[in-house]
Ligand binder design. Structure first.
Ligand code: ADP
Length: 199
């Protein structure tokens, strides 16, 4: 089973992706984490993306698509993946569909964390104080939310049309959000079995 965790910045995708990876033996692929790792190790790629990330803008599609493809090639398409923070544009979603098809697999479900933007801003202010992530400062966060609404929200009709979209309330506690995701996944698995029997 391959999943996309979808939602605006700071919706809690990373937290839930790590939990799913631990509890369900899935592999978390976070382009944000990969880019931060590239910066921390001072690679050419890291230097190239640093300014873009700190501003809150999106790194180019080819860079993140290449990072994801590399991971799937290395780890194998027979594994179960959770995509977190990717895809973020329709071009990335199309590239992901094509890549999965080339490797004989597919995206099974998209879990959308439904959140309230005003309350997200409060969450990020707290995360900025606690963790000091440069792109959590109020100016960059405004850019990230704007990018999400402009470039990433159009993925909702894209996945809705594929019948893969599942909504989960993202404003509840971490445990409750986790339970909501697990429930949605059980529904997806049941649907999958039905489809096999019907086909
Ligand atoms: P968030 O908390 O906003 O979900 P991430 O950790 O996913 O943050 O990403 C941090 C930054 O890394 C983004 O603001 C962007 O600059 C870059 N980035 C991560 N994933 C992508 C992607 N799929 N496409 C373009 N840029 C990305």
């Amino acid at each position: 089973m391959n999943l996309i965790l979808f939602g605006p910045p700071a919706a809690g995708k990373g937290t839930q992706a790590r939990r799913l990876a631990d509890e369900h033996g899935m592999i978390q692929l976070s382009t944000g984490d990969m880019l931060r790792a590239a910066r921390a190790s001072g690679t050419e790629l890291g230097k190239k993306v640093a300014g873009i990330m700190d501003r809150g803008d999106l790194v180019s599609d080819d860079i993140v698509i290449a990072l994801i493809e590399e991971q799937i090639q290395q780890k194998g398409a027979d594994k179960s993946y959770i995509f977190d923070g990717f895809p973020r544009t329709v071009a990335q979603a199309e590239a992901l569909d094509a890549l999965m098809r080339r490797h004989g697999t597919r995206i099974d479900a998209v879990i959308r964390l439904e959140v309230d933007e005003a309350r997200l801003i409060a969450r990020v202010e707290k995360r900025f104080k606690d963790e000091g992530r440069a792109d959590d400062n109020p100016e960059s966060f405004k850019v990230r939310l704007g990018r999400y609404n402009q470039d990433t929200a159009p993925l909702l009709p894209y996945y809705q049309a594929q019948g893969k979209l599942n909504g989960v309330d993202g404003m509840a506690s971490i445990e409750e959000v986790g339970a909501g995701i697990d429930k949605a996944l059980r529904g997806v698995k049941r649907q999958g079995k039905k489809a096999i029997h019907a086909g």
